[in-house]
Structure formats: C-alpha cells, structure tokens
Design a protein around this ligand. Structure first.
Ligand SMILES: [Zn+2]
Length: 398
C-alpha cells in the first residue's frame, strides 16, 4: 500500500532521535548542521552551525564530516526536513544523528541566540563563487573577509603580491603605508606598479591597481613613514598587520607595536634567493624579539644596494603572507606561529624552524624592558649571525 507523508514522518520519528532546542543548546560537542535552503539560512541561523541544504546533504556530508562517528544534530525550520535528512545520514552509516524538534522556528521563539549573516550581492556571489563553494569559507567567511581591515607596511616587493591577492579575495579594507614613489628599478618585482606610474606615490599607484582589480575593496592611503609616533595610531585601526618592509628598524618597530596593540602580525623577509615567513600572535606565540632580543649594530648588516633579490622571490613570500592573513581572518587552519618558514628558491626547498617563546623576551616576556616603540637608526638589513639549526636571517630590498 502506498505510504502517505504522514506515514513516512511517523516512520522517521520511530528511528531518529530528537533533541529539543533546549537540549541542543545545552549539549556541547555535537556538529550542528542547518539543512534549510540558502534564503532561509541567510535570514538567520544558529551560531556555529554548518549550512548543508537538504537537497545536497547526501552529496556533501562526507567531505564536511568525514568521520561517521561524529555526533551530528540537524535542524530545519520546523523539524520535519531535518528528520528525513537524519534518516538519510543514518542510512549512510552515521550512527549518532539527531534532529532538533520544532526546528529554528521554536529556537527563535525561545529567544535563543542566532546570527544573521551579512548577505552578499548577486555580483559578489559571482565574484567570490570559488570561495563560497568551500565550506571553510562560504558566505559567512566571505562576509568576514569583506569586513576585515588589513594594514600593509610597504607596497614594494612583498606588499605588492600580498595586497593584490588580499584585494582579489575580497578583504574589504586595505591600509597601505608607504612614503616612497615608484622607480623604474622597482618594476622587476613590485607588481602593483607599472611603467606609466613611475614617479607617482606608491600608495596612489597601488590604489589604482587594487581598485581596478576589485572595486569592493576600500584602499586607505597612509603616505607616511612608519615611526614610533605613527605605528600605534595606524595599527589600532586594523585587524591584522602585514610587514612587507624588510629592514631592521621596521621589523623591530612593527613587532613591538603589534605586541603593544595586540594585533597579529605576518612578517616576511627576502634576500637574494631566500625568503622567510612567520606569523606573530601577541602573547600566544613567540615574537621576533623572542628570537633576536636586540637589533645588531648597523655595520654588521649588508647594505640594501649590495643585497639584491630574485624578482619572483617576493612573489612567493608575499603570497604566503596573504594566505596567513586570510586564515587569521577566517579563523581556520594552523597559523605559522612558533614556526619560521624558510624558502630557498635556488634549491626550491621549504624548511621549517621551531621558535619557542622566551619568558625573558624584552617585549612579550614576563618582565618587559621595552615598553614603548623605538625608532632605530635607519639601516637596511638583518643580522648575519646564524644560530644553530636556524636559517640565515634575511636582508632586504623592499
Ligand atoms: Zn617575544
């Protein structure tokens, strides 16, 4: 005899465990999946839920939740679609699946918390479609990127690829600190700038390039020197800082101000064929001074003019920095904290060095001695000392 929808529902209720919204709220440790349609999700959903609409759930569940022993709670608008979806997952071998009775409707009536994601325009959905397809980004992640504010120190070799990729990814506000003008010798690697913009302020040239790439991005020009006066004021306005200005005074200043202002800092360095990248999350990871407490005397550093750099190298390093920034904004993956990534482009080897936090660190240690930003003498490069099992530290052309 053909079954009615009521029969099917009754059968689902006999096999699927149901949890009340109150139980769902109180119980931790279960993966929460919203199986409603996109427009329902956009109008509000439970914080922390993953969106997999019922029509796709069988196709997407294995990549989203590969471990079939993961406890899963499904919800929909009233608790019917989620019952059927739970049945499908049980048939696929997921053995701890529950459905939230009453659905999101009852959840809201009870006054429980929900979030309304920033919705993307139709144009943005097209532009960022490859991000939206990834569960680690999705609309929520893309909205975070659009709301994020990233400060780039320098629009040279490292800042160029970092800024271009961050703009392409839809990071909503990019602040650019640079006081230099475009010179023909920059064009071998500083891909933000072009032949016809030689002589123009770098921040202005960069703004033209970034706005042309993605009009969603607001570019803020800080056409000034990064100093003990300007750095705290600039850092305060941003969520993440990228150091693309590879010299000693800037590296120490950026490190110290990042600690004082508690801003994550993604540091990069380049020297001939070698590069390095590291991420500093203040007080959670080692900072630059944990490793090198004080800068070396200027005479021990090679000059900028002597250093030289393979044109493509800052491209590699700057793009790695951009990837770190995007992970920090999205809160996904593992940041390059407590680790220094060293790149040798000549042998094409990537090596990683562990860096511990130093409780005696002069800036982030237990008894800090550096408590205000310092303007070091303007010199160009970084120490050539090679501690055991560590890569050479790198010098500098921006
Ligand atoms: Zn430190």
């Amino acid at each position: 005899m053909p079954q009615t929808s009521r029969d099917l529902l009754a059968a689902a209720r006999r096999t699927v465990r149901e949890l009340t919204p109150h139980e769902v709220r109180e119980m931790g440790g279960r993966t929460l999946i919203d199986c409603r349609e996109q427009d329902e999700w956009d109008q509000g959903h439970i914080p922390g839920a993953i969106h997999l609409s019922k029509g796709y759930i069988e196709m997407r569940i294995e990549e989203t939740v590969p471990d079939r022993s993961t406890p899963i709670t499904l919800y929909c608008a009233v608790g019917v679609r989620s019952l059927f979806a739970a049945q499908s997952l049980e048939a696929m071998g997921y053995h701890d699946v529950a459905s939230m009775s009453g659905g999101f409707g009852v959840w809201k009536q009870l006054g429980y918390e929900f979030v309304t994601p920033r919705t993307l325009t139709a144009d943005q959905k097209l532009r960022y479609s490859r991000h939206l397809l990834m569960p680690e980004v999705g609309e929520e992640g893309q909205a975070k990127l659009l709301e994020a504010r990233v400060l780039l120190i320098g629009t040279g070799g490292l800042g160029s690829p970092a800024a271009l990729y961050l703009a392409a990814a839809g990071v909503g506000t990019l602040g650019l600190v640079d006081f230099d003008t475009v010179d023909v010798s920059n064009l071998q690697r500083q891909i933000l700038h072009t032949q016809d913009r030689i002589g123009m302020a770098k921040t202005q040239s960069a703004k033209i390039a970034l706005t042309a790439l993605n009009p969603d991005v607001r570019v803020v020009e800080h056409n000034e020197v990064l100093s003990s006066e300007s750095a705290p004021r600039l850092f305060r306005d941003y969520d993440v800082v990228v150091n693309g200005c590879d010299n000693f005074p800037t590296r120490y200043l950026a490190n110290d101000v990042a600690i004082f202002e508690r801003k994550p800092l993604v540091d990069g360095g380049i020297f001939r064929f070698e590069g390095q990248v590291s991420t500093i999350v203040p007080f959670a990871s080692p900072c630059y001074r944990c490793r090198y407490p004080t800068p070396p005397p200027p005479e021990e550093a090679p000059s900028c003019a002597e250093a030289g750099v393979l044109g493509v190298l800052p491209g590699i390093v700057g793009v790695l920095q951009a990837a770190e920034v995007i992970k920090l904004i999205l809160g996904i993956g593992e940041p390059l904290t407590g680790r220094l990534l060293h790149i040798d482009a000549l042998d094409m080897r990537f090596r990683e060095f562990r860096v511990p936090r130093d409780p005696e660190c002069p800036v982030c240690g237990e008894h800090p001695t550096v408590t205000a930003p310092i303007d070091y003498e303007g010199f160009c490069a970084v120490p050539l000392t090679r501690p055991a099992a560590a890569p050479p530290t790198l010098a500098a052309t921006g």
